[in-house]
Every structure is written in structure tokens, then in C-alpha cells.
Design a protein around this ligand. Structure first.
Ligand code: FAD
Ligand code: NAI
Length: 329
């Protein structure tokens, strides 16, 4: 019997590790508390069309990720997004074009996770609460009290605060994860019956409750019944208003959006809010991935590198590389 490797988390880090291990001939089994893959790179289906509420786009700077993105592009899973970019500083809105290549999943950000998962064995709506090692193999316990295993190794690919709890049996790694602070982001989507009268399709914002806004519909391949916009609050505003009701968050951020734009902004006919509790690490690290190779447990995620899609993908690759080299040692 082949004893598979367990991967907790089907965000881009967990999926990247899974792909690298499968390519090296290993069997993996994925777990996620959400209903589907993608984590912070997933999209929400709504009455206004699908919405990218988390990662908005990604850049590729490391040559390994550049080559991965080229493959995704060849498979039709990603396309370049070339928005009319603006910058808003102290209430002054100005065009801010640049030469940066920015990628998005098509027809939605979540398409990358779905495609990367393929038919890899995975259990969704399954929150893992405990990770423990028997005499030889690893076992997982979920929130319903069910046990999963045996597994030869475990890769923990979840945000640092969630990893801390799962690493209780490996205090050395738990202590590293516990030292990583992650900031929240409130996201709001608005849908308008008629397109707003602005050429702006994306905007970096300073000096406002907002940090970023984008015309979701301007991304390639999106089908939308309304003119859809996604607004992200800054980490600071999100932290200060972490327990505000969704209705109040929508009202505040809609107000900030209307104030920022130089065109009339009617009341939206569609709105929703989503709170990302662990949106981004407060600082970058250079760990790649964490490991206790003797025990056979590995940890990856954006917080081990740059706090971006690229960092998460590279971290997953690094966890797989460490695991494979320990097996070959
Ligand atoms: P995640 O995507 O968080 O995946 C972790 C997975 O683990 C999740 O699916 C979760 O459900 C699961 N999980 C957690 N705990 C458990 C448990 N106990 N049991 C089972 N499953 C569990 N990056 C960019 O490059 N560009 C951007 O424009 C950008 N914008 C962003 C905007 C927002 C609002 C947010 C939130 C993030 C943004 N990012 C952006 C960051 C980017 O989304 C992340 O860096 C990346 O997606 C993280 O991937 P990951 O696999 O490390 O973690
Ligand atoms: P990038 O190179 O487009 O942006 C990096 C940063 O440079 C931006 O945040 C912005 O401050 C600045 N910038 C870039 N182009 C600009 C322009 N034309 N005009 C004005 N400012 C510009 O992309 P990269 O490096 O891949 O970063 C990813 C993005 O994801 C960042 O914007 C980051 O803030 C965002 N992010 C948001 C998270 C959240 O929780 N809201 C979490 C993680 C990343």
C-alpha cells in the first residue's frame, strides 16, 4: 500500500506543493475547510457575476514562477490584465500607467485553483483541528471528530495563525508560525446598473480607508450582468473596524469610493462584503518553507516568503523540494 502525503490547505501554496510532489511520483491527499480550492485566490459567484474578492492580480518576477505562468497561459487558465491604472493620494486622483505585466485567472481568479487541483484526491468542508504522529505515520483529526490517515508526511499550507494551532506537536515550528502577525482586509463588491463614467479600471489608494479598487468587469473573460467593482480597505482601517457589521462596512467603503471618484456614483443595485481575517503577513520573510525533516512535517504559505501569490507558489515548491530531498537523502 502506498501511504500518501497529507496537504492541509488548497490555496496556491498547497496546490503548488501537490503538483511538485505528483510530478515526482508521490501520492498526495488534500484537505480544506472551504467548499472549494483557491483560498485567498478564489472567486465568489454572485448575482452580479463572479467576483475576485481576494487576490486581484499577480506579478511574476522569479524565473520559476514566470515559467509556471507561461504554462498556465498556454492552458488558457490565465491572461494578462492591462487596466487603466490610477493613483489616489490625499484625495487627488491621477492616471498612473506603468510597464508591469499583471496576470489574472480566467474567466475568474478561482479558475487557477480549480485547474491546478484537477482530479487530485481532496476533501473539502473539512477543518483539520489536530495533526499527530503515531509510531510511524501521521494522522489528522477534523472538527467533526473524524480521523484521517495514515500519511507518510504532512504539509501544512495554511495562514500562520491557523498553522500555529496545527503544529502543536512540533513546538519548534509552532513558535515560528506564532511569531508571524497577519493583517485583515475588508473587501466590498458593488454592482451598478449603468457603467460608471470613469476610464479608471484599477487604483492604488493612499490616505483613505481604501487601499485598492478595481473594475472587476475590466478583467479578461468576466461575464457580468452589472458594472462590478471590488474595493479593499487598508489593513489599518480593516483592523480598526474588524467587528463592524457587513452593512456598515459596505456603507463606509461605498462612501469612500464615491468621494474618491470624480464622477457621480449612484447607489449600487448589488453589494456584498467579505472579511479576510488573515489577508497578508505584516512583514516579509525569507524562509521559503519550514521543516522538521526527521519528523516528516513541512510548512508553507505566502507568509514564509513575500505575502503575494508568487511567494505562496514558490513556498509550496520549496516545501515539496525539501520533502523530496529528505526522502532521497
Ligand atoms: P491561502 O490562499 O490562505 O490558502 C490556505 C487554505 O487553507 C485556505 O483554502 C483555507 O481554507 C485552508 N485552511 C486554513 N485552515 C485550515 C484548517 N484548519 N483545515 C483545513 N483547511 C484550512 N496577492 C497578490 O499577489 N496580488 C494581489 O493583488 C493580492 N491581493 C490580495 C487581496 C486580498 C484581499 C487578500 C486577502 C490577499 C491578496 N493577495 C494578493 C495575497 C494572495 O492572495 C496570497 O498571498 C495567496 O493567495 C496565499 O496563498 P496560500 O496558499 O499561502 O494561502
Ligand atoms: P505591483 O507591482 O502591481 O504593486 C506593488 C505596489 O507598488 C502596489 O501596492 C502599489 O503601492 C505600487 N504600485 C505598483 N504599480 C503602481 C502604479 N502604476 N501606480 C502607483 N503605485 C503603484 O504588484 P505586486 O508587487 O505583485 O503586489 C501585489 C499587490 O497585492 C500589491 O498591491 C499588494 O498591496 C496587494 N496585496 C493586497 C493584500 C490585501 O490583503 N489587500 C494582500 C497581499 C497583497
Amino acid at each position: 500500500m502506498t501511504v500518501p502525503i497529507a496537504i492541509i490547505g488548497t490555496g496556491i501554496a498547497g496546490l503548488s506543493a501537490a503538483q511538485a510532489l505528483i510530478q515526482a511520483g508521490h501520492a498526495v491527499h488534500l484537505f480544506d475547510k472551504s467548499k472549494g480550492p483557491g483560498g485567498r485566490m478564489s472567486s465568489k459567484r454572485s448575482d452580479a457575476g463572479s467576483l475576485d474578492l481576494g487576490a486581484q492580480y499577480f506579478t511574476a518576477r522569479d524565473r520559476r514562477f514566470v515559467s509556471q505562468v507561461q504554462q498556465w497561459q498556454a492552458q488558457g487558465w490565465v491572461q494578462e490584465w492591462t487596466p487603466q491604472l490610477y493613483n489616489s493620494n490625499a484625495g487627488v486622483l491621477s492616471p498612473s500607467p506603468d510597464e508591469q505585466t499583471r496576470w489574472v485567472g480566467t474567466p475568474r481568479m478561482g479558475a487557477i485553483g480549480r485547474a491546478e487541483l484537477g482530479d487530485t484526491p481532496a476533501v473539502f468542508s473539512c477543518r483539520i483541528t489536530e495533526v499527530f504522529r503515531g509510531k510511524q505515520y501521521w494522522h489528522l483529526l477534523d472538527a467533526e471528530g473524524a480521523s484521517h490517515g495514515p500519511f507518510s508526511h504532512v504539509i501544512c499550507a495554511v495562514p500562520a495563525p491557523q498553522a500555529t494551532a496545527l503544529l502543536a506537536t512540533v513546538p519548534k515550528l509552532a513558535a515560528v508560525a506564532a511569531g508571524v502577525k497577519m493583517d485583515p482586509t475588508w473587501a466590498v463588491a458593488l454592482g451598478f446598473e449603468h457603467p460608471l463614467d470613469t476610464p479608471m479600471q484599477g487604483c492604488f489608494v493612499q490616505d483613505s480607508p481604501l487601499d485598492w479598487l478595481a473594475c472587476n468587469r475590466s478583467k479578461p473573460g468576466r461575464e457580468a450582468t452589472l458594472d462590478t467593482w471590488v474595493l479593499h480597505a487598508s489593513s489599518e482601517w480593516s483592523r480598526q473596524h474588524i467587528d463592524l457589521s457587513k452593512e456598515a462596512v459596505i456603507e463606509h467603503l461605498y462612501g469612500a469610493f464615491a468621494e474618491l471618484l470624480s464622477c457621480p456614483v449612484p447607489a449600487p443595485s448589488f453589494s456584498l462584503a467579505h472579511r479576510w481575517l488573515y489577508a497578508r503577513p505584516s512583514s516579509n520573510h525569507e524562509w521559503g518553507a519550514l521543516a522538521d525533516a526527521d519528523l516528516g512535517i513541512y510548512v508553507c504559505g505566502d507568509w514564509c516568503l513575500s505575502g503575494r501569490v508568487e511567494g505562496a507558489w514558490l513556498s509550496g515548491q520549496e516545501a515539496a523540494r525539501k520533502l523530496i530531498s529528505a526522502l532521497n537523502a
